[in-house]
Design a binder for this molecule. Sequence first.
Ligand code: A3P
Length: 292
Amino acid sequence: PKERGWRTPHLYLYQNFWCQPKEIQAIIATQQHFQATDTDIILATIPKSGTTWLTALAFAIVNRKRFTVPEKHPLLTSNPHDLVPFLEYKLYANNQLPHLSGLPSPRIFATHVPFASMPESMKMSNCRIVYLCRNPFDTFISSWHFLLNVRPENLGPFSIEEGFDMFCRGLVGFGPFWEHMLGYWEESCQSPHKVLFLKYEDMKEDIIFHLKRLAKFLGFPFTLEEERVGVVEEISRLCSFEILKELEVNKTGKSIANFENKSLFRKGGVGDWVNHLSPLMVEQLSQVWKKS
Ligand code: A3P
């Protein structure tokens, strides 16, 4: 089945999730060719739920012994998505078959692919998967603003009401939102050593606690000495919205799928939906959430 899309004329249902044709092609290539190793780290999200933040944090945690001079940290000169490649937008996009064996260990990859559609080798190996979930109200508002920047003009105007209606019906890239989230949630309950389920709002509230949790899960726990000298705070600051947004590299350039890097950084907060959704919309989305 196909339905009207936000960024392309149509979205297609592939293995129960709505995607653009190019994404489906890349997912199939990933399923057929990606060979996970036990040390791989997979960062999974639905679009606009904090992927860029999570990639920066994981990269900084895992590589902290390699980059000890703060002023020379790669995150200051590269967009996080250039340091942590997306499986479906970079590595396996456009019919490419990348050579990944030479990448330093642990390899870190980002993806929006739903758990059920992940390559078998990811499910079978001991690789670690981190899922970052954001509340659907803010995810929708973030997607909506992103769309305003990246939607091709020839698709014509697209009201927030129309976008909202589609979001509620699950018609967004890699949606439905709820099924995407539940797939990873269930797996994190069954295999907590394999899938860590994080929430954007919790991380905003206490980044230090969640950074330590993330580092431990990834197999790179902070030592007491590192905690004492402020390494955790340093990483949280380096990866903060305020710092990343102001970097020259994140104001210019295109790191994923031709999107301007600056479109990845908007407000970076919690609760912006109150400024955009009518009471009726809030009620409608709450009902959809409850039913899911
Ligand atoms: P808003 O549009 O609500 O500001 P993604 O990275 O998955 O595309 O998600 C983008 C959302 O994450 C945007 O939300 C963006 O501003 C926010 N974001 C980007 N970097 C962030 C950071 N370092 N910390 C917190 N939020 C961040």
